[in-house]
Design a protein around this ligand. Structure first.
Ligand code: LMR
Length: 328
């Protein structure tokens, strides 16, 4: 860790010479679960660089990638308690804190990144950032990763082809319901365990973005991929609400600027990487990619749609309507 010392001279008028006291910057831990070479990893590095450029005498951002310190569920808890300062979990992982974020897991709700962005910039999306303040968590921005694709270890074209297969899911009851609706078996599992789960056959399928399928090498055990774009993997950058509220006006301005720049960068990396990683996977000889026609896709949409109704009360119809409006 780079140590910078700020020297403070105290004049003590009790018959001794001035004393030099050294203070090192406060380490702020930033935990995430993916590799540094992903949109989230790159965003975190940019945030660190920019914060330390202006506030380096006060703070140093200590990035802990690849779940090397903790998985996302523990990171959310640690942020809430003020044990660590930043995390960027998927919005699917907050069900212990709010029902509202379940909106992001409804299958086929958001058609693309632009729709998600419009929703998040609007008042409904912005209000979700402060929806966990009472639990100690402040959302300070959104980062996009991409649309999720379905993968399996056997060929599939229709929902019925997945019946009886175990699918890894993030710990979200909406995602659980999504797979139960098509008679597959959902299995909540930490991201760090997915590769092993696929390699050993404990799970036979999973859903994730092109970036995660590629960077985690899930394709090595999932040769059948459907370009389903059926869901979204989006992240919320979170910090401890009290820490954020106690920052001086000037420090807050620097943090907010660094975050805004880092998110703009991370979001542009996401878009480029989603296409690049999809093309890398497409070129692999052992991979069979299925791109459904609009009518084939409609079969999947119809099969998964009942999930919306099941969660309408918890999420709120107003929020679902705002998301639908953003998609038009
Ligand atoms: C997952 O658990 O699949 C994702 O949240 C991983 C990530 O952070 O991209």
């Amino acid at each position: 860790m780079k140590l910078q010392f700020k020297t403070i001279f105290l004049s003590i008028f009790v018959g001794v010479l001035p004393v030099a006291v050294s203070a090192s910057p406060e380490p702020l831990v930033f935990s995430h679960v993916v590799s540094p070479d992903t949109p989230k990893g790159k965003m975190a590095t940019m945030f660190k660089t920019l914060v330390e450029r202006t506030l380096g005498d006060k703070y140093t951002i200590v990035i802990r990638p690849n779940a090397e310190m903790m998985d996302d569920d523990d990171a959310i808890d640690a942020v809430a308690r003020g044990k660590i300062h930043f995390a960027v979990p998927s919005v699917s992982k907050f069900q212990g804190y709010t029902d509202k974020l379940k909106i992001y897991d409804l299958p086929f709700l958001f058609p693309d990144h632009e729709a998600i962005e419009r929703f998040q910039q609007g008042s409904a999306g912005q209000s979700l950032l402060t929806s966990m303040d009472a639990k100690g968590i402040r959302g300070i921005g959104y980062l996009y990763n991409g649309m999720k694709q379905l993968t399996a270890n056997k060929p599939f074209h229709e929902p019925a082809d997945l019946a009886g297969l175990s699918f890894r899911i993030m710990d979200s009851d909406v995602l659980e319901q999504q797979f139960r609706t098509i008679d597959a078996i959902p299995l909540p599992m930490a991201f760090a365990d997915v590769y092993q789960g696929l390699a050993t056959g404990l799970i036979q399928g999973q859903e994730n973005t092109w970036s995660n399928i590629y960077s985690q090498k899930f394709y090595e055990h999932q040769p059948y991929i459907m370009e389903s774009n059926h869901g979204v993997l989006d992240y919320m950058v979170i910090t401890n609400a009290r820490f954020w509220g106690n920052l001086s006006e000037e420090d807050l301005r620097h943090f907010e600027y660094a975050l805004q720049m880092a998110l703009e960068y991370g979001n542009s990396v996401s878009k480029a990487k989603a296409m690049n990683d999809r093309d890398e996977i497409r070129r692999m000889r052992d991979i069979e990619l299925f791109k459904p026609t609009p009518s084939e896709l409609r079969v999947w949409q119809d099969a998964m749609k009942p999930v919306w109704e099941a969660y309408e009360d918890e999420i709120g119809k107003d929020l679902i309507d705002a998301a639908l409006a953003a998609g038009q």
